[in-house]
Design a protein around this ligand. Structure first.
Ligand code: DLL
Length: 435
């Protein structure tokens, strides 16, 4: 039986949810218009006033906001409360240049903890659990965000933070951690380190993991679940909206429920900005309707996904999003072909490789090349040269089928690629297509 953290919200009927969203949106729009020059200016330019927003159906009338807006108003220009009411700051590195900074009031911290507590509960966490948090603590929202959710639930938080992987294994074993929170790539690294230290899944008490902050495939999920003997749940979020807990997976594992009483989602055509019907793939756009300090509206995430309201077997009525299928801005275009790193990962894992890989894109004489470097396991590494050549050729052919282009495959020694303690760096694009 699924348990919910806030059943009245998580299983609310559509009308109740819509009414709640409308009331909250109307109030937020008024508040930002009055208090934040940035929103007032943008709305004035578009000729839209707070009175034009009568329900959540009017959301499309509001202007979009972009990462660039956070840079232009750096550091606090989009805050909607005086700094004395801000009790926490977080930041995230921009794609270029300055960091982007966000703030939280006490109430924001509380609702954030609720969002994460819902996610942990959906993964089976209760006040009896030991929540091992290996997301980085600090300006990144992962560590303190997961921590806040664990505290809210009354579970025991173990704030290990990321890094020192051997110590992570010792703590897992000795402290009896039952829930692991970290990036999926780090979960895999912890699992590998466990193996190299001779620690088996029977030596630890983990039962579930709540992994997010980077794209990962269902094949990678399977690998983590097998190696750690757990059920692995996805969690989605971004600094600009709140951090982890914008969306979370339930036992059905077919997408993430969005905490839509706090964050209204739209899917738009990234080129035209037009709102697309549910079930259509597009860019996810979120509006914060309860946050006080940083209530960003219509934020263009650059994440590509699909939302659906199909009935979920867990009983939650919260709208669901698919795993992000890439970003409008990290999609690689190689010789005119769109390539998502996740497509490559899927092939690698289907072919029995580890998820330790790197994609190197280069351009010589105006010709793009893509190289996939993937580590062999200890067993396959001792294969004959002929055997390895054959493996590389097979993998290259499988990649060609999925990507439609030739990729050079380089099989690497076990443990030769750099390991991440946070988000893995998968793609090295040497082409410098952007300045
Ligand atoms: O990564 C917040 C977070 C922390 C989420 C811990 C989940 C767990 P940012 O550093 O601002 O925030 O990065 C946000 O990461 O726009 C997505 O592209 C990507 N992302 C986050 N969660 C997922 C996920 C945190 N579950 C950006 N699957 C987002 C795929 C994800 N991508």
């Amino acid at each position: 039986m699924e348990k919910y953290y806030q059943p009245e919200i998580e299983t609310a009927d559509r009308e109740t949810m819509k009414a709640l969203q409308s009331e909250r949106l109307i109030e937020t729009v008024k508040r930002v218009y009055e208090n934040v020059e940035h929103y007032r200016k943008k709305m004035d330019e578009m000729g839209v006033t707070p009175d034009d927003i009568k329900s959540v159906d009017d959301l499309y009338k509001l202007p979009f906001n972009y990462k660039q807006d956070l840079r232009d108003t750096y550091p606090y220009g989009m805050f909607a409360v005086p700094m004395k009411d801000v009790v926490r700051l977080h930041a995230s590195s921009g794609t270029t240049g300055k960091q982007i900074v966000v703030g939280y009031t006490e109430k924001d911290m509380d609702l954030w903890a609720d969002c994460v507590a819902r996610a942990l509960t959906a993964a089976g966490c209760t006040d009896e659990d030991m929540v091992h948090v290996s997301y980085g603590y600090g300006l990144f929202t992962g560590g303190l965000g997961a921590d806040g959710g664990a505290l809210k639930l009354g579970a025991t938080a173990i704030p290990v933070s990321s890094g020192n992987t051997q110590r992570q294994v010792t703590i897992l074993k000795d402290f009896g951690s039952t829930i692991l929170c970290c990036t999926p790539s780090y979960a895999l690294h912890i699992a590998e380190t466990m193996q190299s230290l001779g620690v088996t899944k029977d030596d630890i008490k983990l039962k579930a993991g709540v992994f997010g902050a980077e794209p990962w495939t269902n094949e990678m999920r399977q690998q983590i679940e097998d190696m750690l003997g757990i059920k692995a749940f996805d969690i989605y979020g971004l600094t600009e909206i709140i951090g982890p807990g914008v969306g979370f997976e339930c036992f059905e594992q077919t997408g993430m429920h969005i905490n839509e009483d706090h964050f209204v989602v739209e899917v738009i055509d990234p080129d035209t900005g037009e709102v697309l019907p549910e079930g259509t793939q597009g860019e996810l756009v979120f509006s914060c309707i309860t946050k006080e300090a940083f209530p960003i509206l219509r934020y263009r995430t650059r994440d590509i996904g699909v939302i659906t309201r199909e009935k979920c077997s867990c009983g939650r009525t919260l709208v669901k999003m698919t795993k992000p299928r890439g970003r409008t801005d990290d999609m690689l275009i190689i010789r005119g072909v769109n390539v998502f790193p996740s497509q490559i990962e899927t092939v690698l894992i289907e072919k029995g490789y580890t998820a330790n890989y790197q994609i190197v894109v280069d351009r010589e004489h105006n010709f793009d090349s893509i190289e996939v470097r993937v580590e062999l396991s200890n067993e396959t590494f001792h294969d004959t040269i002929k055997g390895l050549d054959k493996k590389a050729k097979e993998l290259s052919e499988a990649l060609k089928v999925i990507l439609g282009i030739n990729a050079k495959v380089i099989l690497m020694e076990p443990n030769s690629l750099p390991r991440s303690e946070g988000k893995a760096v998968r793609v090295i694009d040497k082409r410098k297509l952007l300045d």
